[in-house]
Design a protein around this ligand. Structure first.
Ligand code: IMP
Ligand code: MG
Length: 180
């Protein structure tokens, strides 16, 4: 285990099992319908690339980027960096995929932005859900795991840009949170 990690919350094999379960639900929900997976950069790149390889029906892939002002563990105001092209949005069924649903601000804002630009439908899928932290009334349509109110890293999730490459999800030592 990485020296900055205090405990592992989800191991690699638990993650595989969680993704298999959600991929099966997504497959059933979209069978017979065209849809586009819209991966929220950067955190969802690992989850979405594993997820789509377990969905055996036709889909397209697009990316969106949003960032909250301010680094670290507190979410700030959201800035939309880029969206898919109009052609990728208009009239399409979109499945927004993010690493974690925390306050809900990111997915709430992104869903509204895509709907405003003419998406036929916007649904959401998250790797982790932290309901204790919600600030807006927003729930994901699909989720792999619920987590308690704890800052987690790995499998795409970062702290100040680091730890995205860990193959498991873990909690950081207080010392690592303080010094990074
Ligand atoms: P929300 O807008 O508050 O729902 O937060 C969404 C974003 O905050 C996620 O896409 C993550 O980048 C970040 N975030 C929230 N909680 C955590 C965490 O525990 N670890 C790492 N990043 C987090
Ligand atoms: Mg992040």
């Amino acid at each position: 285990m990485h020296e900055d990690i205090e405990s592992v919350l989800f191991t690699e094999s638990e993650i595989v099992a969680g993704i298999d379960r959600v991929a099966a639900s997504v497959t059933e929900a979209y069978r017979g319908r065209d849809f586009t997976v819209v991966s929220v950069l950067k955190g969802a790149c690992i989850f979405s690339s594993d997820l789509i390889r377990r969905i055996p029906i036709p889909l397209e892939l697009a990316f969106v980027s949003a960032s909250s002002y301010g680094d670290g563990t507190e979410a700030g105001e959201l800035k939309l960096n880029f969206l898919p092209t109009n052609q990728e949005i208009e009239g399409r069924n979109l499945l927004l995929v993010d690493d974690i649903l925390d306050t809900g601000n990111t997915l709430n804002r992104l869903s509204a932005a895509l709907a405003e630009r003419g998406a036929a439908e916007v649904s959401t899928c998250v790797f982790l859900d932290k309901p204790a932290r919600r600030q807006v009334d927003f729930e994901a349509d699909f989720r792999c795991f619920e987590v308690e109110d704890l800052f987690v890293v790995g499998y795409g999730l970062d702290y100040a840009g680091r730890y995205r490459n860990l193959p498991f999800v873990g909690a950081l030592h207080q010392a690592a949170l303080a010094t990074s």
